[in-house]
Design a protein around this ligand. Structure first.
Ligand code: ADP
Length: 381
């Protein structure tokens, strides 16, 4: 409400309109007049009114029917009915329609002033209550956002602690090995072996840095440049990259993909990373002469991909944890395959960024299947 309360009188009797105007304007109100309902509605749509005085009996539309239309435009506006034929039924239906009060013609100046002032007070109160509720809702949303940011901050700190720890381990090992050689504690015959260990740890460090960089890219806006990608074609390229290793371990590779895999909108490098991580794990954790089955098919609006192997498997307990940063199951570490414990974190983030899901099924000692599903974009006509 502005400093000067703005009122509108809708009545087909010009005498009443002007009378109200004459009485209220010297009291500090701005009073406009409309001689029929539709003109009044049009005026109030232009906004600014705090209170409307309306006649019941008017041509075209009655004051009572006008109230819901007025409240549709501004639910807080106060409507006071003025009528020459006040009955209890009329009063009840006026209140039901949303009128705040009603005045019976002829009414005294005091009665008019009292009704108008009470109406305006009611309007102020309800606007104030609305404002308070809105401020409370905003405060609640802010608290929730704050809690979310605090939790995020905690998770980031925890992640940094883990990263620091993981990065430190290979460097400390390399430092120890080199110090042993430099101080002459390793006889020349054993030096080659120690240097090879240094190289293994250095590679471990580089893999870790590569995975961390990839994880970082996943979170940067730049990596979210979507373009049409055919996940089937990417799969063929990725398999080619692992072909030497697959042959070396005499793994039987079974490909079970639909021919008409549609394109999806994605970041090509991310689709590549998704396949690379799943296939590299299958190759890595499957002993020689095992089998890897890769499938990709369309089911309705979904793309379903899976990588199945006959490898070392994952215990049920570990299946819950392998998607957490740096987690490596004991049997995987004992198997001697190098790893960072970040590959599946990357896979999960890529899939979730496309609103998809991934699940794992495994039997320890027998094999593992990772299956993901990604929604396909709606077909454009
Ligand atoms: P890593 O670099 O250690 O392979 P990942 O995040 O890719 O990291 O996988 C996390 C852990 O999940 C692995 O260390 C291993 O314990 C388990 N894992 C993943 N894929 C397989 C698989 N195909 N067979 C057996 N274990 C697997």
């Amino acid at each position: 409400m502005g400093e000067i309360p703005e009122l509108l009188v809708i009545d087909d009797e010009i005498g009443i309109c002007e009378g109200v105007q004459r009485v209220l304007e010297p009291e500090g109100f701005k009073v406009d007049i409309a001689l029929d309902g539709m003109t009044g509605l049009e005026l109030m749509r232009q906004g600014g009114y705090d209170l409307i005085l309306l006649d019941v009996k008017m041509p075209q539309i009655s004051g009572l029917d006008l109230i819901p239309l007025i409240h549709k435009v501004d639910p807080e506006i106060i409507c006071i009915i003025i009528t020459g034929y006040a009955t209890v039924e009329m009063a009840v239906s006026a209140i039901k329609q949303g009128a705040y009060d009603f005045l019976t013609k002829p009414f005294s100046i005091d009665t008019l002033l009292l009704a108008v002032n009470q109406g305006l007070e009611r309007r102020n109160l309800s606007i104030e209550a609305k404002r308070t509720a809105q401020a409370e809702a905003e405060a609640k949303a802010l608290t929730e956002e704050n809690d979310r940011l605090l939790a995020l901050d905690q998770a980031k700190k925890q992640f940094i602690r883990l990263v620091t720890h993981e990065l430190k381990a290979p460097v400390s090992a390399i430092e120890t090995y080199l110090t042993l050689i430099l101080k002459g504690y390793v006889d020349p015959d054993n030096q080659k072996e120690i240097l090879e260990k240094c190289i293994t740890r250095a590679r471990e460090e580089r893999r870790l840095i590569d995975d961390l960089l990839e994880l970082g890219q996943l979170e940067s806006a730049l990596s979210f440049q979507l373009s049409p990608v055919n996940p089937g074609e990417v799969l063929t390229d990725v398999i080619a990259e692992f072909w030497e290793e697959i042959k070396l371990k005499r793994l039987d590779l079974v490909l079970d993909t639909d021919h008409d895999i549609p394109e999806t909108r994605a970041v090509p490098e991310q689709i590549k990373s998704l396949w690379s991580n799943l296939i590299s794990n299958a190759v890595k954790y499957t002993p020689p002469d095992g089998r890897i089955t890769i499938s990709l098919r369309r089911e309705g609006d979904w793309l379903i991909g899976s990588v199945k192997d006959t490898g070392i498997g994952i215990s049920q307990e570990d299946c819950q944890r392998i998607f957490s940063e740096f987690y490596r199951a004991k049997n995987a570490v004992d198997f001697g395959a190098p790893g960072t414990g970040l590959g599946l974190v990357i896979v999960k983030r890529v899939i979730e960024s496309m609103n998809g899901t991934i699940c794992v099924e495994s039997v320890l000692g027998s094999g593992t299947t990772f299956q993901f599903q990604i929604p396909l974009p709606p077909a454009s006509d």
